[in-house]
Design a protein around this ligand. Sequence first.
Ligand code: GLA
Length: 730
Amino acid sequence: MPIIFKKDTNQFYLHTDHSSYIIELLDGRIPLHVYWGKPLDAIAPAMDWDSSFATMFLAWDTGIEHTHFNTTGGLPLEYPVYGSGDMRDPAFHVQFADGSRVMRLEYAGHTIFDGKPALKGLPATYATKDEAQTLELHLKDALSGLSVYLQYTVIPAYDAITRAVRVVNGGEESIRLLQVASASVDFYDSEFDMIHLPGVWARERQIERHRLIHGVQRADSKRGASSHYQNPFFALVSPDTTETNGDAYGFNLVYSGNFAAGAEKDAYEMVRATIGINGFDFSWLLESGESFQSPEAVMVYSAEGLGEMSRRFHRLYRDHLLRGKYQHAERPVLLNNWEGTYWDFTEQKLLEIAAGGKKMGVDMLVLDDGWFGKDRMGETGDIGDWVVDKRKLPNGLKGLGDKINAMGLKFGLWFEPEVFSQNTDIYAQHPDWCIHVKDRPRTKWRHTLNLDYSRPEVCEYIIKAVSDVLSSAPIAYVKWDYNRNISEPGSPALPPERQQELHHRYMLGLYYVMETLTSRFPDVLFEGCSGGGGRFDPGMLYYMPQIWTSDDTDPEERLYIQHGTSLAYPAVTMSAHLSASPNHQTGRATPFKMRGDVAMAGQFGYELDPAKMTDEEIATAQEQIAFYKKYRHIVQQGDMYRLVSPYDEPFAAWQFISPDANTAMLYTFVITGKPYQPPKRVKLQALDADAIYVEELSGVEYTGAQLMQVGVPRCRLNDHLSEIAVFRKK
Ligand code: GLA
């Protein structure tokens, strides 16, 4: 059984196939974190908290009361509460009606059951009764009647433990929630490196690794979106952990809004990891009888380094987070007109682009920004009335879509449904539908205001507007963009005491809209986007199984972005397109081949005007697409191994292995070449050592052992050399 309660020791054992997680009820009352790591069947004898370090360490923090455990200070807590004697970063912080913030959360019972309950209104991983088991640990504050349910689900075959927290106000008076983290883990060890994924527009999710120092170190967002700047992912790893060796603890929040994720190293050399909704500018009024559900945190442990940690996230997300028709289906190769035309196109031009794409072998034409409104010829043009611009598309979306379909291509469309500009009908009718504070200035980003998705009427309006368009034409794909963040949080629809609920209510509204639209249009492939990769998180992936990874399509930059993104997110979620050279974002010129090879490590597509391609490029594109279609199931559903990191040297190598383990794809890229440099020997991983593998292009045979131990040579004399080799088991 993945979850066992040992009554004699008051301990809960949560087992995945390759890890164990142990909680103990101290004194039968206070849940302590005992262990998380390699599989462990029992701790015998049970922890002697009274005489062990608790007694030593509590001396200063908590005075003489510690032996009775009337205080929680200094203890390794499972869910630390502010106002209970613990002085570190709390997971939980509330204010009662009398203004007090002091409480004791103590064990009040538990249930263990098969399966995994859905989280109301929130995205989350899912699993059947055969695949998962859940523990609900009920904690209660006796004086106020406040209950907290710690929800743990174990998905053993995926080595994942998910956590969430439900708060129920069982008292008579209202309570203000100030902080409700989804998960907190107190480690005994203090020697950790923290890895996280900071970035910026066009340079998202860059890997940063640093030694934990004393104090709090966290990644967070206060922008109303998970953002380009930080990602709701971090890992704590041993200082000597590599891709293939060592402890790696990964944390990821299934949420797309304001989050806080990080660790505190305390004076007693313990480390507390916390992840959840950002407590900054958050509060939630919980009336008597009401409940509040936190988002879900996914926790993955690997004893085999970062590579295995990532693959565990990838497998879990592919099989237990993504949904819908395209979850496991081969995804289409698309051609997007954005960098080919920007806003300046006609139906004729789009049909020419589609014809070029058809010749290349793409599956779909995607029409990006500019198809709607009265003067959408640039960023200053109107956005928000989702009505086709007949001057550009005289036959409407249906006319265009039918013609594209007649060419044998599918048709996709761009939307940005969370914003509107002031030169629209919808703004004229509902000027108060934007997020703002009366009489205060409003920051316009890209000339837009943010629609207030905390208002149900706004959500219903958008559902109708998008549904009307999707029903009006043969639209098989939607790119859902969001090009701003929330700068002046305020909603005239919320009472003063609920203003700080805005950010979370926005997310609940957005998730409701996405749930409604994706279930109403199950055949449509939805792709998330936010000025590129400004909202690349598991919350979005629950609704949209792929995300535009970055507006930066320069293959050199993409190596860093895709390498970083792969720490938590599988290749099947990363949209990657070949675009023109010199690159529109960086001005860098790169070979057509490298642009294609990098993009073929994700959801492959093109983003250019085929009319500007040479005949040779068209022929190469035909080969690329045929190659990608032959092997895309390996990239999309196989396991990924990061062999050489571009963060370590001016070279990168990635490997994908087919789900049946018979075929390995090796991607290699030179960033900067050097004269007189011997070839780089790239060593593959996870092959069958005794099997013979044939390299498909050359027919050369290797043993698995040779590929893994000797490696294959790759020239690194020139910049931007790249290669994809396929090794098939004989
Ligand atoms: C954002 C997206 C781009 C493109 C433009 C259109 O920047 O990330 O891919 O869709 O908007 O305005």
